[in-house]
Design a protein around this ligand. Structure first.
Ligand code: SF4
Length: 358
């Protein structure tokens, strides 16, 4: 705690508040995401959704659109569901205990502990990925932390390590201290043991090999998934986008249809006059455990005025009529889109603007 007060981080926009809404939002955004990235989203999100009631009343699409680019979109869906649960079940006030907080959608034990410690002074230890690494090193723990039993044991240890003088008022400094230690000193690849306030008792340092901890279980080999993304473009410039299924990659977001096999698309474009399919430069987008090899294809198709007025779905590979709709480019860019799809669509709009101004 003393180290945190002098050497820890103090200027982040979600610090110095006991408002559980703000703390919760920052904790969710920071899961598996760098502080520098979250800084670009946090203020914008708060400006649009200043409190839990506003967030609960918003549409999921608007929440996803503001989240676009932060990744791990299930967090945004849980965030929205959690806001609605806080309003419906708790009268718009966040519960004050970690145990009850952890019953809300998307709030795991560590996030619940962080909110309870920061906002309500509960003596509850966090145990996010950074803290797990610090403790595994400090304890020179040889257990495989992917095992649930090892995780339970580490939770109990983390809880038992809370110092006696971490009173309700001091729990924020203790919790922030753990976070800062993991983020700025005991980092994943270059721990700075010489600057570490707990170096004296550290088992990994004593063993002379801090980065040998945490011990790793077997990791699955990285896979690459190849997807072809046909963007169907109507005569009037409208784009056909479909909502992705509620589970899996890009769950709940809007995207062109996804094809795992390009053959039907090649046959479709060769099949009728007026249709065209332009294969654009493919690119790779990294997910946590997989790489997505994306092949964008710009598909133009003529559509009668009557069909356009009725919003008829195109008869084309990958199209599921009741999962999609036609959108003008401006409307589409306001939807919740996966980051690589957004970049591609934005580039199309910029190219169009550039060619029409020539
Ligand atoms: S002494 Fe080194 S390995 Fe141990 S907790 Fe501190 S930074 Fe991490």
């Amino acid at each position: 705690m003393a180290w945190q007060r002098v050497h820890g981080r103090h200027g982040l926009p979600w610090q110095g508040t006991r408002d559980p809404y703000r703390v919760w939002l920052s904790e969710v955004m920071l899961q598996q995401t760098q502080v520098t990235t979250v800084l670009r989203y946090y203020g914008r999100f708060l400006a649009r959704f200043p409190d839990v009631q506003t967030l609960a009343a918003a549409s999921l699409d608007e929440v996803l659109a503001l989240w676009s680019g932060l990744g791990y979109y299930s967090r945004a869906r849980h965030l929205h569901a959690c806001a609605q649960a806080v309003v419906a079940r708790h009268g718009g006030r966040f519960p004050e205990s970690a145990q009850v907080l952890a019953t809300l959608p998307g709030i795991g034990d560590s996030t619940a502990a962080a909110i309870a410690a920061f906002c309500f002074g509960e003596r509850r230890s966090i145990l996010d990925g950074n803290v797990r690494r610090v403790l595994a090193r400090w304890l020179a723990l040889d257990d495989d932390l992917s095992r649930p039993a090892a995780q339970r044991a580490l939770w109990a240890t983390a809880q038992s390590l809370i110092p006696d003088d971490a009173t309700a008022d001091a729990m924020a400094a203790y919790t922030q201290g753990l976070m800062d230690l993991g983020a700025t000193v005991c980092t994943r690849t270059r721990p700075r043991c010489d600057a570490c306030p707990v170096a004296a008792g550290c088992g990994a340092r004593a063993a002379g090999a801090p980065t040998a901890w945490p011990r790793r279980g077997r990791t699955a080999p990285r896979r690459t998934i190849a997807w072809c993304l046909p963007l169907y473009v109507r005569d009037d410039g409208a784009w056909w986008l479909q909502r992705r299924p509620a589970r899996g990659i890009w769950a709940g977001l809007w995207a062109p249809p996804v094809l795992e096999d390009e053959t039907p698309l090649r046959a479709w474009s060769a099949d009728a006059p007026g249709r065209s399919a332009q294969w654009m430069a493919a690119f790779t987008h990294a997910l946590t455990h997989r790489d997505l090899r994306l092949q964008p294809v710009l598909c133009r198709l003529p559509l009668s005025a009557a069909d356009a007025a009725a919003g008829t779905a195109p008869q084309a590979p990958g199209v599921v009529a009741d999962q999609g709709a036609w959108w003008s480019p401006a409307e589409a860019l306001a939807l919740g889109l996966p980051a690589p799809v957004r970049s591609w669509l934005q580039a199309l709009v910029s190219d169009d603007a550039a060619s029409s101004s020539r």
